[in-house]
Design a protein around this ligand. Structure first.
Ligand code: FEO
Length: 168
């Protein structure tokens, strides 16, 4: 069964949005490197790689469904931040935007009775719960440091241990 035009467009837009997230996470990584927080910068680079993988999941699904892939332009990422916590709040806001986009695609797929797209979208619904929870936890941890350089350093070390496939 062919994708409806509306679903095809929404899935294509999601490829671009995931690539935009990858781009933004890379900018956040660069900012954290400049702040002397290599662990958090590493975490952001891992996250950027994960977003590229997300883009490819949608890309491959479009190919499998014999639909055309249309990549959109990427906006320049935000590069100015007031503080470390500001960086992670920007990350949470970006994840919430992605969650809303996934939910919207799901609604379109349900409307189109496109059952074949449900497993992919279910995976992303679960992934977004994880991603938002992980970033929220880091924000909570940062709030608890209350400006302590030592606590920030400990958190940086911990985040530097993230490996490929870890959920943050
Ligand atoms: Fe692919 Fe973090 O959303």
């Amino acid at each position: 069964m062919a994708l409806t035009k509306e679903l095809e467009q929404a899935l294509n837009a999601q490829v671009t949005l995931e690539l935009e997230s990858a781009h933004q996470y890379l900018a956040l990584s660069a900012w954290l490197e400049c702040e002397g927080l290599p662990g958090m910068a590493h975490w952001m680079r891992m996250q950027s790689g994960e977003e590229n993988e997300h883009a490819m999941k949608f890309f491959e699904f479009l190919i499998d469904r014999n639909a055309s892939v249309k990549l959109g332009a990427l906006p320049a990422p935000k590069t100015e931040f007031d503080s470390v916590i500001d960086v992670f709040r920007a990350s949470l806001a970006a994840e919430q935007r992605v969650t809303a986009a996934i939910n919207n695609i799901y609604a379109i797929a349900v409307e189109a009775r496109d059952f074949a797209s449900y497993p992919l979208l279910d995976w992303f619904v679960n992934e977004q719960v994880e991603e938002e929870a992980t970033v929220q936890q880091i924000i909570d941890d940062l709030e608890r440091t209350k400006g302590s350089g030592h606590a920030l350093l400990m958190l940086d070390r911990e985040m530097g241990a993230r490996r490929q496939g870890d959920e943050g």
